[in-house]
Ligand binder design. Structure first.
Ligand code: SAM
Length: 250
């Protein structure tokens, strides 16, 4: 069973993104988007994933809800993730789905700061935070250069794999330093090894710092539009999978 606010969010995303294009157009774009994530990965660092209205609609209607359901499950399952205090900085926030998911399982919803290099994503995340009743701020910017001050929570969901290797390596020491100051850090990436060949190095670094690594396979009830797109694009998300690195901070 989904919460009312989740269903309302999906309904408005559906209304807005299907107003100007047909379901068939979106499912064609979804095929192209998922092939960018799998076969044309070198184009991701240039922002190719969100480079057309069709792909953006496919991202909002399909990957956004899937990421929401996965991150909500992860945040609800990790001890202490529900106790973080804000701000919750969402690096590469996309449509804001993952940050909203984490914030929505917190005992006291933290304020959320969404940062993305894509202006469209930043607009979408503003809408998402509003739908979930979250206090949110959003900026267009490079997540690899954001100052991580204070002890708030930091999320990078499906973002680090799109960064250039040098920028990602630089992020690691900044994220570990953030956790050492008492802030919480949650990284989420797909299970597929080729997407994040750097995972084992990051895993060792997080574990050495007292953190944990997990793999997730979640059987979630998918919203009807996600099920329909999944079938139409020949994908199979009856199980939503991912892996995470977690440092609880103080
Ligand atoms: C696959 S999407 C994931 C979005 C969101 N975190 C989620 O879980 O649904 C990756 C996002 O990271 C953003 N991104 C990638 N590299 C970035 C960077 N260096 N700075 C800011 N945003 C970045 C992309 O624009 C895109 O919105």
């Amino acid at each position: 069973m989904h919460t009312e606010v989740f269903e309302r969010w999906i309904a408005t995303v559906e209304t807005r993104h299907l107003a100007e294009r047909t379901f068939q157009e979106v499912s064609r774009s979804l095929r192209s988007l998922s092939s960018a994530y799998v076969e044309r990965r070198t184009t991701l660092a240039e922002g190719a994933a969100l480079s057309g209205a069709g792909k953006r609609a496919a991202f909002a209607l399909f990957y956004g809800p899937l990421h929401f359901l996965l991150v909500r499950h992860i945040a609800a399952s990790l001890p202490d993730a529900g106790r973080v205090t804000g701000p919750l900085t969402d690096l590469g926030c996309g449509t804001g789905a993952s940050g909203a998911a984490w914030a929505s399982v917190c005992a006291r919803a933290p304020s959320v700061v969404g940062i993305d290099r894509h202006p469209w994503a930043v607009d979408e995340s503003r809408h998402t935070y509003r739908m979930f009743g979250l206090k949110g701020r959003t900026h267009v910017g490079d997540a690899s250069r954001v100052a991580l001050a204070g002890r708030g929570a930091v999320l990078a969901a499906f973002t680090l794999n799109e960064m250039a290797a040098g920028a990602r390596d630089g992020m690691q020491s900044r994220l570990l330093a953030h956790a050492e100051r008492g802030g919480a850090v949650l990284i989420v990436e797909p299970l597929a090894g080729f997407v994040a060949p750097w995972w084992n190095r990051w895993r060792q670094a997080f574990e050495s710092a007292g953190g944990r690594a997990d793999e997730w396979r979640v059987r979630a009830e998918l919203p009807p539009i996600v099920q329909k797109l999944d079938r139409a694009a020949g994908l199979n998300h009856r199980e939503i999978t991912g892996r995470s690195l977690w440092l609880a901070g103080d």
